[in-house]
Design a protein around this ligand. Structure first.
Ligand code: SME
Length: 190
């Protein structure tokens, strides 16, 4: 009877482990090919972002304008903002420019929430269902999905772009490509 129970538990663990890769929420869209239309839309947005960057030296204003542009252009981007490595509080993120509902989360420790995890992993994090996350900081009850992309300078974490969407499974391969392209363009400005 006891041995039977142990066998049942072991069997359940093996099955759960087999399906783990399919239940993990942070599956990104890296290397997913885009259709020609989507690819050209991404390139057009990137050209616009380049024109914003070329306008001026003030990084804060540049980031703010990028937030406004993305928020206006991409209907499922409901909150668009930047978190920066806080030079005055080691191991913390500091809220930078953003467009969307005000957030209480102006300072986030590394490792906490999706933003804090990206500051540690240095990799894009996509959650298509934030309610399924066990390490997530809720900014609004309406948010359903989120993408956070790190900005690295010579391999060192300096900032990140954070997008909240009120659409479940709202983050597309084109979104990831666009945001990673923007972060690459911004890196030399830090
Ligand atoms: N949801 C984020 C916190 C930042 S807000 O979305 C603006 C997180 O889990 O880290």
């Amino acid at each position: 009877m006891r041995a039977n129970k142990i066998v049942r538990i072991l069997f359940t663990l093996i099955i759960l482990n087999f399906f783990r890769p399919y239940t993990m929420s942070n599956s990104t869209h890296s290397n997913v090919p885009l259709s020609p239309d989507l690819e050209s839309a991404v390139q057009e947005h990137l050209e616009h972002v380049k024109s914003i960057i070329s306008k001026g030296p003030a990084l804060h204003d540049t980031m703010h304008e990028i937030c406004s542009y993305l928020h206006a252009q991409i209907s499922h981007f409901d909150w668009v903002g930047f978190y920066l490595d806080d030079p005055e509080k080691k191991g913390y993120l500091k809220l930078g420019p953003y467009i969307g509902a005000p957030t209480d989360h102006t300072s986030i420790p590394y490792g906490k929430g999706i933003c804090g995890q990206v500051a540690v992993s240095l990799e894009t994090f996509i959650s298509q269902d934030v309610h399924a996350e066990d390490n997530y900081i809720a900014c609004s009850l309406e948010v359903q999905s989120e993408i956070v992309v790190p900005i690295l300078k010579e391999g060192r974490f300096v900032a990140q772009i954070d997008i909240d969407s009120n659409t479940r499974s709202g983050i597309t391969p084109a979104d990831q490509k666009l945001l990673e392209g923007i972060c690459a363009l911004l890196s030399p400005l830090f």
